[in-house]
Design a protein around this ligand. Structure first.
Ligand code: MN
Ligand code: MN
Length: 218
């Protein structure tokens, strides 16, 4: 008997990592459909980008999405060169892609002065967040949204971006993946969405956290 076509689509397994800071080859990644890297792989030199790219090429995911973080300086200083060497991933920079029924959007902008993709909070950074389309299902940013998984330790203040929080509440993606605040690693549900800080290194920049896995139905 033919199967009825009313069954819901199979969820996609997303494996999320960020802030690998040169330790990518030491990661043990679970299987999945789509790999997401939320920035800070340490793409400062062409050699570092080439090594990261070669490692990505060994991974069996159907799609690999990468954004930059404040440490990925080559993508800011020599964007054409850097991007030409990242052949094994889809690179998002205030841009999006539709994959297997899900809309992804990625942005590297952050408020760490003097590093890569630094943009002042307020009106300037809001110009970037305003670009996020309303139909985004998965938002990938390096910066954390204010108030969620954005503290380096329990006593510290929130370090996330208020303007990004505003954008997240406007767009209401199914999933927001970010990193940058290493001590904020974890997962929370809020406003009918999932927020994941996927930083795999801790505050001492020691590889300490597992890749984050999330199943998402298109
Ligand atoms: Mn980092
Ligand atoms: Mn960072």
């Amino acid at each position: 008997m033919p199967k009825r076509s009313t069954s819901p689509p199979r969820p996609l397994r997303l494996v999320c990592i960020g802030d690998t800071h040169g330790f990518h080859r030491r990661l043990i990644l679970p299987p999945g459909d789509i790999l997401i890297h939320a920035g800070d792989f340490d793409g400062r030199t062409l050699e570092q980008v080439d090594d990261f790219n070669a490692w990505l090429g060994t991974l069996p995911f159907r799609h690999k999405l990468v954004i930059s973080g404040n440490h990925d300086l080559l993508f800011d200083r020599k964007p054409e060169l850097a991007r030409a060497h990242l052949t094994e991933a889809i690179y998002l920079q205030d841009s999006g892609v539709r994959l297997e029924g899900l809309n992804f959007w990625g942005s590297p902008v952050n408020s760490v002065t003097g590093w890569a993709f630094a943009v002042e909070r307020g009106a300037q950074i809001r110009r970037h967040w305003d670009l996020i389309p309303e139909d985004t299902d998965v938002l990938i940013t390096h910066e954390a949204p204010y108030g969620t998984l954005d503290k380096n330790d329990i006593m510290s203040r929130h370090q996330g971006c208020q303007n990004l929080l505003g954008a997240v509440r406007r767009v209401k993606p199914k999933l927001h993946v970010f990193g940058h605040i290493h001590g904020g690693y974890g997962r929370e549900s809020a406003w009918n969405m999932t927020l994941i800080n996927c930083a795999v290194v801790n505050n001492q920049r020691v590889l300490a956290n597992a890749p984050s896995v999330v199943d998402l139905a298109p």
